[in-house]
Design a protein around this ligand. Structure first.
Ligand SMILES: Nc1ncnc2c1ncn2[C@@H]1O[C@H](COP(=O)(O)OP(=O)(O)OP(=O)(O)O)[C@@H](O)[C@H]1O
Ligand SMILES: [Mg+2]
Length: 358
């Protein structure tokens, strides 16, 4: 970009030179010496006048415009009008431009400071809210321990006496509802810890092949029951230094989702891994109902559940994938989904081979 004053001086310099040059040519070629001198003096005066008026214009127009431009640039960087350079001008338009800029700047400054105040207040309220719900979740968790303990004792019957079928059904219902409540409370607490950056990771060496085998073993009772195939697609011998329990929790959430969305008998879930540079890329692939493009963008948000007749039949709170995302990011990796409706879904996630998380 060329500054306006250079253009002004270039134009006036060239014009002054042409005028002076024409005067000089007239003086040299004039037959009458007096006329030549008069023309030369006239040309010199006009040329000097042009230069002087350019200097004046530069001082009264271009200088204030330059300062205004500097002030605006400074303002756009700092959002502050305090450090601006003073502008003295007699030109009406520049004066108005500067006054309007100043009042606009002050308004923006005030709005920004108000906005910052609101953000601080909101942060404070949010912190109080998280602390409160954290306290409530803890208080809910504690009574669940004796409830589950006594229900299990009642179920065994030999400890607290026999139950008739109706009583046993009722106890079994209490047990499964208490377990759901325990999961929900646990998920809320994990989400809060992730939000506050307080989830602690314990890293250890993980032999990937064995780890995947154990995951499959944990799910065997339910996959057998639902006649769903759960298989491993991995034949390397890689190791990973990361948090075994948290990665297990991620696999568990993803596999539970897949189990809910595949068709019994034909349902197939494949879990696996491959080394990708300095990361291990894991996946959970199913041939279930799939997820539409629009929903793929939303499912990692807290409490988001796709509202279809299939998903409404399921339990759950919509925290599973948000927790997976929080854990994976906490471990320094990424999680994403690829899916086609009525074909199936694959969740991928990466974990650095040597996780630096604490
Ligand atoms: N493999 C999948 N196939 C089809 N839809 C899926 C799959 N995994 C997740 N979804 C959709 O994404 C939504 C969010 O999943 P998420 O695991 O976060 O919650 P949830 O399973 O409903 O509840 P929660 O995991 O907290 O018990 C689900 O409700 C479901 O509609
Ligand atoms: Mg889930």
């Amino acid at each position: 970009m060329i500054p306006i004053k250079y253009i002004l001086f270039l134009v006036s310099g060239v014009s002054s030179f042409i005028i002076f040059y024409m005067g000089l040519v007239n003086y040299i070629t004039a037959i009458d010496g007096v006329t030549g001198i008069i023309l030369l003096i006239f040309a010199t005066a006009v040329s000097a006048g042009t230069l002087l008026s350019t200097t004046y214009i530069s001082k009264s127009i271009t200088k204030p415009i330059e300062k205004l431009a500097e002030n605006m640039t400074e303002f756009s960087k700092t959002n502050k009008i305090i450090n601006k350079k003073p502008i003295n001008t007699n030109i009406k338009e520049i004066y108005e431009l500067n006054t309007n800029f100043e009042s606009m700047g002050k308004k923006v400054e005030e709005t920004i400071s108000m906005q910052n105040e609101y953000v601080e207040k909101l942060k404070h309220i949010d912190k109080k809210k998280v602390e409160f719900s954290s306290m409530v979740s803890h208080e809910l968790k504690t009574p669940l321990v004796p409830i589950l303990g006594y229900v299990q004792m009642l179920q065994k019957q030999e400890l607290m006496g026999p139950l008739n079928n109706q009583q046993l059904d009722a106890i079994n219902e209490i047990y499964s509802s208490a377990l759901k409540l325990q999961k929900l409370v646990g998920d809320i607490l994990t989400t809060q810890k992730l939000d506050l950056g307080k989830l602690v990771f314990n890293n250890e060496n993980i032999q990937i092949s064995e780890f995947l085998d154990l995951i499959i073993k944990d799910f065997t009772p339910i996959t057998h029951l639902k006649k769903i195939q759960l298989v491993k697609e991995y034949d390397a011998n890689d190791m990973l230094f990361s948090d075994r329990d948290r990665i297990n929790q991620v696999f568990s959430n993803l596999i539970k989702n897949s189990i809910d969305f595949v068709v019994p008998e034909t349902g197939q879930i494949i879990i696996g891994a491959k080394l990708d540079n300095q990361s291990m890329q894991f996946f959970v692939k199913d041939n279930g109902v799939g997820i539409s493009m629009d929903n793929q963008k939303e499912i990692f948000k807290k409490f988001y559940q796709i509202d279809t007749s299939t998903s409404r039949k399921r339990d759950g709170s919509g925290l599973g994938l948000a927790i997976c995302k929080g854990i994976i990011e906490g471990l320094g990796g990424k999680i994403w989904v690829e899916s086609k409706e009525n074909i199936g879904t694959t969740f991928y996630f990466t974990i650095p081979i040597h996780s630096m998380s604490k």
